[in-house]
Structure formats: C-alpha cells, structure tokens
Write a protein that binds this ligand. Structure first.
Ligand SMILES: Cc1cc2nc3c(=O)[nH]c(=O)nc-3n(C[C@H](O)[C@H](O)[C@H](O)COP(=O)(O)OP(=O)(O)OC[C@H]3O[C@@H](n4cnc5c(N)ncnc54)[C@H](O)[C@@H]3O)c2cc1C
Ligand SMILES: *[C@@H]1O[C@H](CO)[C@@H](O)[C@H](O)[C@H]1NC(C)=O
Ligand SMILES: *[C@@H]1O[C@H](CO)[C@@H](O)[C@H](O)[C@H]1NC(C)=O
Ligand SMILES: *[C@@H]1O[C@H](CO)[C@@H](O)[C@H](O)[C@H]1NC(C)=O
Length: 534
C-alpha cells in the first residue's frame, strides 16, 4: 500500500563516520531515523502522534505498523495457525507457552533496523529468536511483545577463496553443515542439528572441533549487527573492535546480529557416536574422562561429552565420543573404548549426520532446564559431582517423563589458548586456569506441577558442588551463558573488569539502553534474569 516509499536504503557513509565519535547523539530522533529508513511515518496515523512515549496500546500500534510496512507475510498475529506453528517451534514448553502480541519475520537487515526503531518509538518490547533452543521462558520469546524470528535471514555464502562463510542467524547448524559439506568444508558450530547459529555463537559455542580451532565465538571474523539506532555496522578486529570483542560471548546485549562471517575449516567425514555404560564402570569412565581432558593437546582431533543420567530406575553414563577424521581406532580414545558398553552408535559418518543423531534425543515439547558451573579438572571431584547428582535426583525421580542428566565436558587447554585469538574475548578464561570441567545439568520432564522441586534439585546440585569445589581449591567463577539457568548471573561471572568493559561498550553503542530495557529477556549485563534462586 505504501509502495516505493519503503524501498529502504541504509544510512549513508556520513552517518557511519559521525557514529565513530558519538555513536548515537543525545538528540537522536527515532521518528527521523525511521523516515531515513524509508518508512513514511505520516502515512501511519497511529505512529505520527507518538513521540517516543509509551502507550498502553504500544504493541498493537507496533504490530499494525509492521503489517502496514512489510505486509502480512512477515507478521503473524494471534489466533492463527501460523502463530501456533510458530510457538511450537521452540524447544522447551516454557518458551512455547509465551504468547507474543505478534511475530515479525524480517527477511533482511534493513527490516531489522525498522523493527528496532518501531520498538523504540512505540515502547513495545521485543525478543529475538534464532534456533529457539534457550530453555527458559522469555529467553527468545516475549509475552505481549514482538518476537523477532530470524528464520528468513538464512544465507550461507562462501567467500571466493572459500576461507570464510557468511551465515545468517536464521540457520540451524544442520542447514549450515549440509550446505558446506559438498565442498568438504565446515565451520565451528553446534553439535545438535536444530540449534540456532545466533544464540550458540553469541554465548560462546562449543563444537566437536573446538580442541583444534577453539569455540565458535573465537572463529567469527566479523559480525553484521543492527545497533539501537537502527544503524547496520560491521564489527571486526579492524572495524568497531570493541563491539567485536563484546559480541564474542556477550550475548544479546549489543544489537541484533544479521550476519556472522565465520572461518571455514576443511572437514570431510569424521567418526563419532555414543556409548552407554553401566554404573559398575563409572570409576573407569571417570578416569577416561579425566585423562582425555588433561591430554587433549596430544591429539586435538578427539572430543568428548560425558553424561551421567537416570532412567528406568537405572544409573548410567553416556560417553559421546568424536574424532575429527574418519578413524575408528584413534589411540587417544583407546582407554574409553576399552570400557564395556551396552549400546554403541559410534561409526564413521558426516558431521551433519552426527548432529541428527544427537537431535533425536532432544525433542521439542517437554519442560526443560539447563544449569552451568565450572571447576578445575580433577578426577576425585568428577566423581563427587556424579554422587551429588544422583543423591539430589532421589527427591524428584518419580516426576513423570523426567530425564535428568549431569553432562560433563572439559574446557581444555587447547580451547582456552584459542580464546586469545583475534584480540581475546570477554569470557574471563585463560589457558593458565585450565583444564576445566564444564558441568551442564539438564533435565526434561512433562508436568509444571513438578517445576519447583526439579529447579530446587538443580540449584542444590550447583550449590553443593560449588561449595565443595571452594573447599578443595577447585572453584572457577565462570558460568557458561549457553548452559546457564535464569537464576544464574552470567555476565558478572566473566569477572568485574570484563563486565565493566562490556557495560561501557553497551553504553557507547546503545546509550538509550534499548537492548537492556526494550529487549528484557535472557542474560543482561547485571545479575541473573530471575533473582529468585530456588
Ligand atoms: C539440545 C541442545 C544442544 C546443544 N548443543 C550445544 C553445543 O553443541 N554447543 C554449545 O556450545 N551449546 C549447545 N547448546 C546450548 C545452546 O548454545 C544454547 O541453548 C543457545 O542459546 C541456543 O541458540 P539458539 O539460537 O538455538 O537459541 P535462541 O533461544 O533462539 O537464542 C538464545 C539467545 O540468543 C539471542 N539471539 C539469538 N540470535 C541472535 C542474534 N542474531 N542477534 C542477537 N541476539 C540473538 C536470543 O535473543 C536469545 O536471547 C545446546 C542446547 C540444546 C538445547
Ligand atoms: C523528531 O522528528 C519528527 C519528524 O521530523 C518531529 O516531528 C519531532 O518533533 C522530532 N522530535 C523531537 C523530540 O525533536
Ligand atoms: C507519505 O504519506 C503521506 C500520507 O499518506 C503522503 O501524502 C505522502 O505523499 C507520502 N510520502 C511519500 C514520500 O511517499
Ligand atoms: C531436530 O529435532 C526437532 C525437534 O524434534 C525436529 O523438529 C527437527 O526436524 C530435527 N531436525 C533434524 C535435522 O533432524
């Protein structure tokens, strides 16, 4: 209806260079910025009278405006089957139960700019969804606000020299790996098919290949990000390097990333799968876990994820093992492979195929909680974690459909060394601290009447293991964003120097606090999303 007026152009070069000194002037006019984006504000009567003040009908105005500007193909409203399909696309029921006023599906970054400015003008809050795998409600969804689903921003483009790939945050890792594998290439990303590029990469990102290349965030060459003023900028080691640093683990606090340019790696077929191990072999599996974690540098092709879990009244361990080459008998994995397994799915296969196997054990449609803690790698302490876990789940074992797990990984010295790449990241970790145990408690269940006691069991396990680690001199403050619960303070765990620096980067690029206040979900720069630790 508004025709060519909406042919949107990016703000010109003059605006970009002015931004280097004062990123957003104190007299920044949101209405004028929208007009600069090609939005004919005077053609939308409800917007015209709004001068950056909140209104009880804020989200009605914002969602209607999005529909007028972009058409109903990009805006989903309540009480439609598309709306129900959308909310069901989250992994956890807690996120699927959140009802946004509308869902906006931008197809390009300029449309994201308009969204940010419309939110500012109307004061309608928003949330951003990539793969939708954050577990707690409101992480990438927003009650009564605008959920911005990035699924249409899904390019996967190799550079001419094939050394990097530009990847839209609307992709899942399965999409990315299947697009690159015919070239025998991959990138550093997630290990489960349906995880999104956006959340995993902004929080850190542990891959099967992290002992070789580091975490996902340390393999990002540049980010295209829409900032609070709607300005698209490229953050890299040479362009807005402070923002580039902040995005490598700082989460959703600085802008909406519309493109990740990732280093590619050569990657053909690999080896991997899971081995199911009974309780009688726990001592052997803990020794194997410890040795592989400690000796990672001897052969960084190998990787492991060790879960202790409880199902059908039985304690068991699941050792998910990987090797980056199509080799089924790597010497470094021999100790693990000598432990008897009652089931074994390890084989030579593609990366995408392995992510599909792990996807199958993480279906949508259940209640979910994730928790994180970090400790110095220690064999006795690994055993201690396992005993506390099984002790605490006694109190919840009767919850219907409960599958509780304590998943252990090692943040190895090779991984920590790579965190210094490209000027370092804000996570507050260094090689001298390593190797570290990364504990991820993860539980799925079906009834909300069990929420309170299940969350309590998780917080008890974290409390008890952290207290014991302090006694033994094995404590490490780091809380991994991608595994943390809503009750955990992630950004403060990076250390006060990093937290302060992240805050000053946010103040520079987002002086009005748009990404703190109008996008309230997930891990903000202060404290935990929910102060009510169970
Ligand atoms: C089954 C399963 C397997 C997992 N496997 C791994 C793994 O192998 N390695 C690992 O490190 N972690 C893993 N995780 C943790 C995972 O990294 C986090 O859950 C992550 O948040 C998921 O990203 P997402 O895009 O799917 O989530 P979302 O819920 O869509 O996003 C998470 C947060 O990031 C923000 N966000 C997303 N995209 C953008 C963007 N483009 N710009 C700004 N903000 C954005 C969202 O607003 C939200 O706050 C796994 C989780 C699950 C449930
Ligand atoms: C912002 O710009 C609009 C359009 O030019 C104008 O009507 C409005 O008064 C300006 N607002 C402020 C606070 O200056
Ligand atoms: C903006 O909308 C108004 C009101 O509909 C119209 O008169 C004007 O011509 C439009 N401007 C542009 C540039 O399209
Ligand atoms: C991953 O699992 C989800 C949820 O069960 C499913 O919708 C999706 O199709 C799966 N993806 C792949 C590539 O297997």
């Amino acid at each position: 209806m508004l025709g060519k007026a909406f042919a949107i152009g990016f703000l010109g070069a003059a605006a970009t260079s002015a931004a280097q000194s004062t990123f957003e002037p104190s007299d920044f006019n949101v209405t004028e910025a929208l007009i600069d984006q090609g939005v004919n504000v005077s053609a939308i009567p409800a917007l015209e009278g709004l001068v950056e003040r909140s209104s009880s009908s804020a989200c009605s105005i914002a969602c209607n405006s999005l529909q007028i500007i972009f058409g109903s193909g990009k805006v989903i409203t309540q009480q439609s089957s598309a709306y129900d399909t959308f909310t069901a696309s989250y992994w956890s029921v807690q996120q699927a139960s959140v009802d946004p006023y509308c869902v906006f599906k931008p197809a390009k970054s300029s449309e994201v700019s308009v969204l940010v400015l419309l939110s500012r003008l109307t004061q309608c809050p928003f949330a951003v969804k990539s793969g939708g795998h954050a577990a707690f409600g409101g992480a990438s969804s927003i009650q009564g606000g605008i959920t911005v689903a990035l699924e249409k921003i899904n390019e996967v483009t190799l550079s001419a020299d094939k050394k990097s790939a530009s990847i839209g945050p609307g992709n899942t890792w399965y999409d990315v790996y299947t697009r690159l594998e015919n070239q025998n290439l991959a990138v550093i990303g997630g290990r489960v098919a349906a995880i999104g590029v956006g959340g995993l990469t902004l929080g850190g990102g542990i891959s099967f290949f992290s002992n070789l290349y580091g975490w996902a965030c340390d393999n990002v060459l540049s980010y295209e990000v829409i900032t609070a003023s709607g300005l698209p900028i490229t953050a890299s080691p040479t362009s807005f390097p402070d923002l580039y640093w902040a995005l490598r683990g700082g989460g959703n606090n600085f802008g909406i990333v519309t493109k990740f340019t990732l280093s590619t790696i050569s990657q053909g077929k690999m080896w991997g799968g899971g081995r199911l191990i009974l309780e009688s072999n726990f001592p052997a599996v803990i020794t194997a876990f410890y040795n592989l974690g400690k000796n990672a540098a001897q052969d960084p092709n190998a990787a492991q994820i060790l879960s202790f879990a409880f199902a059908q009244n039985t304690k068991f361990a699941s050792a998910d093992l990987q090797y980056a080459k199509p080799v089924s008998n790597a010497p470094i994995l021999a100790e693990y492979m000598a432990i008897p397994a009652i089931q074994d799915s390890t084989r030579v296969r593609s990366l995408a195929d392995l992510t599909v196997q792990f996807n199958a054990s993480n279906p949508n449609g259940l209640r979910e909680t994730y928790w994180a803690a970090t400790f110095k790698l220690d064999k006795d302490f690994t055993n201690f974690i396992q005993t506390v876990f099984f002790d605490e789940i006694n109190a919840i074992a009767d919850a219907p459909a409960l599958i509780p797990a304590a998943t252990l990984q090692v943040i190895t010295v090779p991984q920590l060394e790579k965190m210094a790449l490209h000027g370092g990241n804000p996570l507050g970790l260094s090689a001298s601290m390593g190797p570290l145990i990364l504990l991820n408690l993860n539980m799925m269940w079906s009834s909300n009447s069990d929420d309170a006691r299940i969350l309590k069991a998780n917080s008890n396990i974290i409390r008890r293991t952290v207290a014991e680690a302090k006694k033994r001199g094995l404590a490490n403050d780091y809380v991994y964003m991608n595994y943390a619960s809503q009750f955990q303070a992630v950004v403060p765990s990076y250390g006060s120097g990093n937290q302060q620096r992240l805050k000053s980067v946010a103040a520079k690029y987002d002086p009005a606090g748009v990404f703190q206040n109008l996008q309230p979900g997930y891990f903000k720069l202060d404290g935990a999303p929910d102060g009510g630790m169970p």
